[in-house]
Design a protein around this ligand. Structure first.
Ligand SMILES: N[C@@H](CCC(=O)N[C@@H](CS)C(=O)NCC(=O)O)C(=O)O
Length: 210
């Protein structure tokens, strides 16, 4: 068994991105196993039969197969930027934002991204549904630099990979929206060294990281 935790990950998956960001900021070493979602390794399915990524297998055998659990595990070990406890917000405040992202927004995002996959999907309605929540973020970010105040926190990091995915569906449309604060917030995250590191390409074979 590995002495380091093993992270099964897929580079572009927003859930995996949020997990990798938290592991990186928390300076937790791990071994990265980049996987193909259409050809999942048996070891991943043995650790977590539901077959989604990210999955973190700890050296003692414990398996974390939810991205938010991986974020919390990493940040509870080391949280140098106070992502779990930003001034002026509680964990409950942050979970509320993340629940909106992972719930209704993610559904609308998938309907925008894969318009043909769902029967009777109306892409215009999907975009309108997604935009409704993005406007909530825009309103919030007009008042404060980050979702939970003046400091970046778990809510921002958990959510921006999904907004990134939405923005990438139709970049000219995204840039034409009257959402300057949201656009700035996303752009700022995309330009961080942390994000660049997290998005480095890795071969499919296991790769020691950090
Ligand atoms: N609730 C899970 C969701 C993870 C998830 O759905 N990941 C997608 C990739 S973005 C996945 O692995 N899907 C399985 C597949 O496409 O086969 C989490 O937060 O980790």
């Amino acid at each position: 068994m590995s002495v380091l935790p093993i992270l099964y990950s897929f580079r572009r998956c927003p859930y995996a991105i949020r997990a990798r960001l938290a592991l990186a900021v928390a300076q937790q070493p791990y071994q990265l196993h980049e996987v193909l979602l259409r050809d999942k390794p048996a070891a991943l399915l043995a650790a977590s039969p539901k077959g989604t990524v990210p999955v973190l297998v700890l050296p003692e055998g414990r398996v974390l197969d939810q991205s938010l659990d991986i974020m919390c595990w990493a940040l509870q070990r080391h949280d140098p930027q106070q992502w779990l406890s930003p001034p002026g917000a509680t964990l409950a405040d942050m979970w509320a934002w993340v629940a909106q992202c992972d719930g209704a927004f993610k559904q609308a995002l998938d309907r925008c991204k894969y318009p043909q996959r769902l029967p009777e999907n109306d892409p215009a309605q999907a975009r309108a549904d997604a935009s409704e929540w993005l406007l909530t973020l825009e309103t919030r970010l007009a008042d404060s630099a980050y979702l939970c105040g003046t400091q970046a926190a778990l809510a921002d990091v958990a959510i921006f990979p999904f907004v990134r995915q939405f923005a990438a569906i139709d970049p000219p449309w995204w840039h034409a929206q009257p959402w300057p604060h949201l656009q700035r917030w996303l752009q700022q995250w995309l330009e961080t060294a942390l994000f660049a590191d997290t998005m480095r390409k890795h071969p499919l074979a296991p790769n020691p990281l950090l």
